[in-house]
Design a protein around this ligand. Structure first.
Ligand SMILES: NC(=O)c1ccc[n+]([C@@H]2O[C@H](COP(=O)([O-])OP(=O)(O)OC[C@H]3O[C@@H](n4cnc5c(N)ncnc54)[C@H](O)[C@@H]3O)[C@@H](O)[C@H]2O)c1
Length: 268
């Protein structure tokens, strides 16, 4: 008898029966990630103050719930999770949580305001502490040795490589990386996997905005990507699918770096 050559992890129904909660799912990368997860059978709950912008076919739309929660607000996060993540009165406890929302407030450190510093850390780090802390008891309910639950953090390649002019962004992502690794250790024996996705410079969202508005940024970014092209949002969505799939069951505390080799170069 030959073994099956078909991967059980990547069929179009590989996430059927799964509930994925994502923060920041309405953004440039988030909406593509959400669509990818829906297209592979997941139910998705999107916590984002902005409405979901992407028109979806009805069969996918019916599995998406959008809830306008500001994840920097401790009370709002607590209230949402204490209601067992109720959406329209229906419980929607997740088996997977993607802490994805983030922002960059660019600027050189010498002229950087303390307000921007705090705002960056509030969203890129503190909010993910609030969300993951609140989610652990719910994930625990779903997690088994055979079917682990998951927390995934969207970090960035610049969490480990300094990039001039991005103010608090790199330090906030570096702190997020260490938070995730500590959490991975704490939750490993409770069958909750915790991993990090570190994208590169994406031709969408915050990086595209900087690319379009800041000539210095664009010049530096062109030199910094060995494969010679901006990353697509699809590339980030594919890596997300992998980290949500059974194919990554044996990973925890790991960083999946998908950056076109950007982190190979010393900064120019
Ligand atoms: N675009 C890139 O090149 C790139 C590269 C590496 C990593 N990332 C990371 O990917 C993530 C998304 O980036 P993007 O480019 O899609 O950004 P984006 O600005 O397009 O999307 C961010 C989303 O987060 C939401 N958000 C903001 N504040 C929130 C809050 N308080 N509560 C809940 N949601 C909130 C916004 O409404 C928005 O929908 C970020 O964590 C970012 O650091 C982006």
């Amino acid at each position: 008898m030959y073994p099956s050559f078909q991967s059980p992890s990547f069929s179009s129904t590989c996430l059927a029966g799964r509930t994925v909660l994502i923060t920041g799912g309405s953004g440039a990368l988030g909406q593509v990630m959400v669509a990818r997860l829906l297209a592979h059978g997941a139910r998705v709950v999107n916590l984002d103050p902005c409405a979901f912008p992407l028109p979806l076919p009805p069969q996918l739309q019916s599995r998406l719930a959008s809830v306008p929660v500001d994840i920097t607000d401790e009370q709002a996060v607590t209230d949402f999770f204490q209601a067992s993540c109720a959406v329209d009165g229906e419980p929607c406890a997740p088996d997977t949580v993607i802490c994805h929302a983030g922002a960059v407030l660019p600027g050189a450190i010498e002229s950087y305001t303390y307000a921007d510093w705090k705002k960056t850390f509030e969203l890129n780090l503190n909010a993910h502490f609030l969300v993951s802390r609140a989610a652990i008891p719910l994930l625990q309910r779903k997690a088994t040795a055979e079917q682990p639950a998951r927390i995934l953090f969207t970090s960035s390649w610049v969490g480990q490589v300094p990039w001039p002019g991005n103010g608090a962004y790199s330090p906030s992502k570096a702190a997020l990386d260490m938070f995730a690794k500590g959490l991975a250790r704490e939750l490993a024996d409770r069958h909750i996997r915790v991993n990090i996705l570190a994208p590169g410079i994406v031709g969408a969202g915050m990086a595209l905005k900087q690319w379009n508005e800041d000539a210095q940024y664009q010049k530096r970014a062109k030199l910094a990507i060995p494969v010679g092209q901006l990353q697509s949002a699809d590339s980030v969505a594919e890596a997300t699918l992998f980290l949500c799939s059974r194919a990554s069951d044996y990973m925890t505390g790991a960083t999946l770096l998908v950056d076109g080799g950007a982190s190979l170069y010393p900064m120019i």
